[in-house]
Design a protein around this ligand. Structure first.
Ligand SMILES: Nc1ncnc2c1ncn2[C@@H]1O[C@H](COP(=O)(O)OP(=O)(O)OP(=O)(O)O)[C@@H](O)[C@H]1O
Ligand SMILES: [Mg+2]
Length: 811
């Protein structure tokens, strides 16, 4: 089969007769990919079973899409009580808004106009003004309550929406993320959900108030004068029809504006994450122009969308003013003829504003509704994408697998028209270490991704301990597997946090043991903050090899039954690789291990090696055979003598620490051996400063580790404390005296154990770390100034009020 643009071509070559070419368009691709699967058995003489060719209609969507606005409102259902409260407050607001117009009528007719006033006009005036004040106060408090409930509900509902969107995204198949831009998905979580919030906060509460006001004012006007009501109401159908028309036209425009917003986010994210490549190729200008293009596109789309709104508003204003003119013409004539009181005309004037106000607002909310509907549509698009089968109740549970893996007749392609794996079969015994080699693009990574069930096979099956992986509980299956990806990804946070990612409950001892297996312990101890060192976004503050080793430690920490190492040591130096291989050989003895590699040295400890070519296993061999084969599809690297440092874990016991003749730190171990020029480092200086101490030799290897300082005698303790004091130079802050901020640079004047200090910090948020309390009390805060000096506030809750206020202001 051959890929063509917009389709493909099937070539059938038979022994007798000419070659047959069948070209097909992309819509038929799915059906055509099945053909090789059917034809392959025929090549080995098998009969084609009747019914093997089933119909290949595309899975019909036929989905009935419920109204987006109605679906949005379902998010309000859990907050019924609050909504009822808000509704009640709206009712009171409506009554308190309408009533003043009637009081005004009474003031004019009963207290002011000489012809109609009765009794004690002054007393009536005072009473009515007091009533006016009362209604205003009621309106003020009920309006506040309505708005408060509205913004609370809006915030809460948007948080729910964002949460369900994020939860759903986490459960989507990897294929979804291969097709969608991460930047654009981020914009859906942030911007589109915000558009929905805009409607719920600024829309729904006013919708209720305005609808109630609209109906109530209409009732009052009708009861007062049907003739004048007719003048006022006449323009309404025009505005209404205009509004409906504009909403229909505005919705796709807002959709376009949100897509432009997404494109801009995607561009921004890409240009910032690829900044090094941009700089290396001096393409800043090109990136700037691209961004400018997307930015201009967003402006155009927004202006286009808002033009409708402006038109609608202006027209509504014009039409409603026509109603006002009619009111004065007809109502004024009635007053002149004494058929209508002046007070009633003035009251009507107020009613007109109360009546048209909501009408204009409906025009405005139309656009906010269109925007929200467009945003919600994009949010629901993601929510409606089928997730991975996490909640399959029929799935089998696995607590601890043995690790027997078999691939049987596996066919798979990312694109339905192009199989990557073809009829692949492989049996791997529990505990076996299998190497996978092959040319780039042969399908090695794909093979192990199928085992993790990131994708489902198109045909055939993959079994773990004799059970098809599709029948296993997805979460259980993945817990059995530890993977080091070809491109290791680290989360921002500390090294310890990254290693313990799969088992957040793991203690520091487990983390260190895993780091040792990955030959990462040494380099981690070499960092000033040890296991508490920040790795930066995607692990940007580590080297490629260090990232790989942290990823390896993360994979082995979970004690998986199946370990997958996809080029796991491709970026580490030869010595480190030899050490890691040695350690892995030890841990691989108890679990099934897949080692994918281009370098021969990586495969030294494998039991068997399979060679993959164009999605098929073409050869099964051993390391020994490959080393003697000059045509093997792998890179030869000199084999290193493996030393044994990895195996020797540090001795814990009574050790003696002293200074030698040159005043260097020396350590004497219980077995009598002595090491000099030793560094004493804390494994977790930030999170657990009193915890584990490592004694590191001059060649950076760990000589011994001490979990508890009580294991040391007094003389040793003195030397250790002295050395720690020298190495970890952190000033303890007792008070904050002042804080200033200018152009993003913060200046803090603080009182420390060493006197007053002025801290100049460029990025306060990035240079401060909030850490858990040491011994009860509140959290600790560690600050680093522009020169790299460390300052610690040991308990931020214990700060005096002024310091606390300044700290809040600063952060
Ligand atoms: N998400 C994807 N969408 C479409 N095609 C893909 C995707 N991932 C991989 N491919 C294609 O599938 C084929 C097999 O890719 P795979 O990553 O399995 O190769 P590999 O053997 O691991 O190669 P390498 O040694 O370079 O890592 C390649 O042709 C690749 O272009
Ligand atoms: Mg690969």
């Amino acid at each position: 089969m051959e890929d063509l643009v917009g389709g493909g071509c099937l070539r059938i070559v038979s022994c007798a007769g000419p070659m047959l070419r069948v070209a097909y368009s992309a819509s038929c691709a799915r059906a055509f990919t099945r053909l090789p699967r059917l034809v392959d058995p025929m090549r080995s003489g098998e009969q084609l079973e009747a019914g093997a060719i089933d119909d290949c209609n595309a899975e019909g969507d036929g989905d009935h899409e419920p109204s987006v606005a109605r679906r949005m409102l379902t998010y309000l259902v859990p907050y019924r009580r609050r909504i009822a409260l808000a509704g009640l407050a709206s009712l009171v607001t409506t009554a308190a808004t309408i009533f003043p117009a009637t009081i005004t009528r009474w003031i004019v007719d009963d207290a002011l106009v000489p012809a109609t006033r009765r009794g004690d006009a002054r007393g009536t005036l005072l009473l009515l003004v007091l009533a006016l004040l009362g209604t205003r106060l009621v309106a003020w408090s009920s309006e506040r309550a309505t708005l408060w409930q509205g913004s609370w509900l809006g915030g809460q509902v948007t948080a729910d929406l964002r949460f369900s969107l994020h939860r759903h995204m986490l459960r989507l198949r990897p294929s979804f993320f291969a097709k969608h831009d991460v930047g654009s998905l981020m914009s859906r979580v942030a911007k589109d959900a915000e558009a929905v919030q805009g409607f719920l906060v600024r829309g729904v509460p006013f919708l209720v108030i305005n609808a109630l006001t609209f109906v109530a004012v209409f009732g009052v006007m009708l009861a007062t004068s049907w003739k004048l009501t007719l003048c006022v109401v006449a323009p309404v159908p025009v505005v209404w029809a205009w509004g409906r028309r504009s909403q229909r036209r505005a919705e796709p425009r807002f959709g376009r504006a949100l897509r432009a917003q997404s494109a801009l986010s995607a561009r921004l994210r890409e240009s910032l994450s690829g900044i090094r490549v941009t700089k290396a190729f001096a393409q800043e200008r090109r990136e700037m122009l691209c961004f400018e293009g997307e930015n201009a596109g967003l402006v155009r789309a927004s202006v286009h969308a808002n033009r409708m709104r402006v038109q609608l508003l202006a027209t509504a204003l014009l039409v409603t003013n026509a109603g006002l003119l009619a009111l004065f013409l007809i109502g004024g004539s009635d007053v002149i003829r004494s058929e209508l009181s002046v007070g009633t005309l003035i009251a009507f004037y107020s009613y007109v504003y109360m009546f048209y106000g909501p009408l204009q607002w409906f025009g405005q909310v139309n656009s906010s509704l269109s925007q929200a509907v467009a945003g919600a549509r994009r949010v629901f698009e993601v929510l409606d994408t089928a997730p991975e089968p996490y909640a399959d109740v029929r799935a089998r549970r696995v607590t601890r697998a043995q690790g027997r893996v078999s691939f049987e007749g596996v066919w798979f392609g990312y694109d339905s028209s192009r199989p990557v794996l073809r009829d692949l079969g492989l049996e791997v015994a529990a505990g076996e270490t299998i190497g996978i080699v092959g040319r780039s693009g042969a399908g090695k990574t794909t093979l192990v991704h199928l085992l993790c069930r990131f994708y489902d096979v198109d045909a055939g099956g993959i079994e773990l301990d004799g059970v098809d992986v599709r029948e296993l509980r997805l979460e259980d299956l993945r817990r059995q597997i530890g993977v080091v990806f070809q491109e290791p990804f680290l989360f921002s946070g500390s090294i310890a946090h990254n290693i313990a990612y799969g088992r957040p409950d793991a203690g520091i001892d487990d983390v260190i043991a895993a780091a040792k297996v990955a030959n990462a312990h040494e380099f981690i101890l070499d960092k000033p903050d040890g296991y508490d060192s920040e790795v930066g976004e995607r692990g940007a503050r580590l080297s490629g090899g260090e990232r790989q080793r942290v990823a390896l430690a993360r994979a082995v920490l979970g004690d998986p039954r199946v370990l997958i190492l996809d080029e796991a040591t491709s970026s580490v130096d030869a010595r480190s690789e030899a050490l890691i291989q040695h350690a892995i050989a030890g841990i691989a003895a108890h679990r099934t291990t897949f080692v994918i590699a281009h370098r021969l040295s990586t495969l030294a400890h494998t039991d068997r090696i399979v060679v993959l070519d164009h999605g098929r296993i073409t050869r099964t061999t051993t390391y020994h055979e490959l080393t003697t084969d000059t045509h093997a599809p792998i890179t030869r690297a000199p084999r290193l003598p493996v030393d044994n440092t990895m195996g020797s874990s540090p001795v814990s016991g009574r050790v003696r620490v002293f200074r030698d003749a040159r005043s260097l730190i020396a350590v004497a171990l219980p077995d009598g051996s002595t090491f000099t020029d030793v560094r004493i480092v804390r494994a977790r200086p930030l999170r657990d400063p009193e915890g584990r101490l490592s004694f590191v030799g001059s060649s950076r290897e760990e000589i011994v580790a001490v979990d508890n300082l009580t294991q040391l005698d007094d003389a040793s303790l003195r030397v250790v404390n002295e050395e720690l004091h020298r190495r970890y130079l952190t000033s303890i802050v007792s008070r904050i005296l002042s804080f200033r901020s200018k152009s993003g640079v913060s200046c803090l004047c603080v009182e420390t154990g060493r006197g007053r200090r002025d801290l100049v910090i460029e990025d306060l948020a990035g240079s401060s770390r909030l850490l858990p309390a040491r011994n009860g009390g509140g959290p600790r805060l560690v600050l680093e100034d522009a020169d790299g000096n460390r300052f610690e506030i040991p308990d931020i809750d214990a700060l005096d009020r002024r310091s606390s206020r300044l700290l809040q202001q600063a952060l």
